[in-house]
Design a protein around this ligand. Sequence first.
Ligand SMILES: Cc1ncc(COP(=O)(O)O)c(C=O)c1O
Ligand SMILES: N[C@@H](CCOP(=O)(O)O)C(=O)O
Length: 462
Amino acid sequence: MKYISTRGQAPELSFEEAMLTGLARDGGLYLPAEIPQLSHDEIAALAGQSYEEIAFRVMWPYVSGSFSEQEFRDIISRAYAGFDHDARAPLKQLNENHFLLELFHGPTLAFKDFAMQLIGQLFQVALKKRGERVTIVGATSGDTGSAAIEAFRGLDAVDVFILYPHGRVSEVQRRQMTTPADSNVHALAVDGDFDDCQAALKDMFNDFDFRDGVRLAGVNSINFARVLAQIVYYFSAAVSLGAPHRKVSFTVPTGNFGDIFAGYLAKRMGLPIDRLVVATNQNDILHRCLSGQGYHKGDTIPSISPSMDIQVSSNFERALYYAYDQDSRAIAALMDELKAGGFDVSQGALQALHESFDSGRVSEDETMAAIKSTLASSGELLCPHSAIGAKVAEDQRKSDVPMITLATAHPAKFPAAVEKASGVFPPLPPRMSDLYERSERVTRIANDLGTIQEHIKGHIPA
Ligand SMILES: Cc1ncc(COP(=O)(O)O)c(C=O)c1O
Ligand SMILES: N[C@@H](CCOP(=O)(O)O)C(=O)O
């Protein structure tokens, strides 16, 4: 399988090369040159298989050529061994036609662990074979950072720097990033918002002297391997509700568009998905865009679902690439317009997006009310992000198609908001119960590319 850039000007790469490269050298995002297909029978045969077996069958067509079959099976098995739940991604029924896909049973209690634990293993195997080391820089609104630190801490061949917006992540998220003592991980609290952190990261990739000098790698959903790992749970959830013999829909709390884009690829691979519903908080650029108002940046407003406080939604570029019939020139032009504030989406592209995606926006008050009402009606305590998904799903589900809402984080990562909404304090799992006593290590840093680059250069081996 070859990987191509959404902007058409970067070299085609193998899976392993694309994974270690991160952002394409033309500023675009890598995608497989062709989307692998699973037949009706192949999808039917996934029913009853372990999560690991489904992961192997879904991802193998994307990675074969870079890893041997046994190597990849072993990687998958190590990646999910540390999850707290045997099913890895269990489904719970909320009401007759609405299900919750719990994606928070991994080491850092968010869906990011599904991809990050896998990438950690993939990087280790690939770097060992090549005898190389890399510097990983990540931008986070809270969950990617903690998952990356957990996956890469203590590894010899990797230094990890995580940029997070100072004061704009929950205390649990911050402590997950600042308390690991391993000398190869570095938490940087940036005076800015998540979009500033992500913009700085992309600027670092586009500065080739810096990029090549530090051997920069990325584990945000810029990296196609992140998206790939997230395709798996769409298949596992759908087949457990009867796919491919019946259709299902998904509602996905959305920020950087990586998670729901994985669902889009699952659909393009042959999984009978009826609707993919984008659920946003008050930072609703995606909902506005899908409602025909163009893709125009606004100010990021802090919310009780901080991981979704995003305006520039990185993976939307991948969705646009398909909506614009894989016209990489058009995508490059739109991304230039975005630098100046935004762009309008053509009627044809909007229609193409609407073939798969719907959307909804949830206010702060509605989020609180959804946490409370879901607890009352089903006994499930949701994190604010998952509550946004559940609210939009309830508003938009059809009576004849099961709706699956992705529960993207454990409520204990956002205890203040959850307790305020529901009156119930969500405790951390026992393995993390001393999180508040551990000492923190963090560098506060200006939102300035040069300053961040100098800091990174000064903290990696010469
Ligand atoms: C808890 C949680 N929910 C939802 C999202 C949104 O996911 P995505 O950025 O893949 O759209 C994030 C951040 O990415 C998150 O951390
Ligand atoms: N919500 C994310 C933002 C980064 O998203 P990514 O999927 O591109 O890594 C976070 O928690 O950091």
